[in-house]
Design a binder for this molecule. Sequence first.
Ligand code: MN
Length: 200
Amino acid sequence: MSQSITLPPLPFSDNALDPVISANTLSFHYGKHHKAYVDNLNKLIAGTPLEGQSLEKIILESAGKADKVGVFNNSAQVWNHTFFWNSLKPGSGRTPPAALAQRIERDFGSFDNLKKELATAATTQFGSGWAWLVEENGKLLVTKTGNADLPMAKGQKALLTIDVWEHAYYLDYQNRRPDYANAVIDQLLNWQFAAENLGV
Ligand code: MN
């Protein structure tokens, strides 16, 4: 039997992000939404050549293919959510390590400018999607993607992400997406993880 895609454990306890993200939100977001993407993906690839492949390979093999939209959406959402949990760290330093800070100053002018760009991307993404810090051609950029779409499908390296689907914040913030985005940016983003992804 081929290996199936599994739901990775959360990198923190279920109340560790409270009050920015409540344990209640996390229980639905991780235990229901993230898990459903894993379960749906395993059903979709069972008995196909994609069964047993790595998650990254499944995403890249299905990206942009009209007959594999379901596989792409579910595989990308599995990856996006795992990456999102790792983008958050309770009690994180709230400032980037020095080598990353230098790159941020070079490409955004200041750390505050980067945080403003992230908040704008998270707030202005129309409908469901994601705000990202990415590296493309050696430069740091803030981007946003709709639904399941993700930087790897555009040749970009993801450094951090913020989930802006309503399920990420509605129980805690109702329609106040900017409040959610700013709280995550100010209190939870894991800048050490971003530096590791950048390789600095
Ligand atoms: Mn989500």
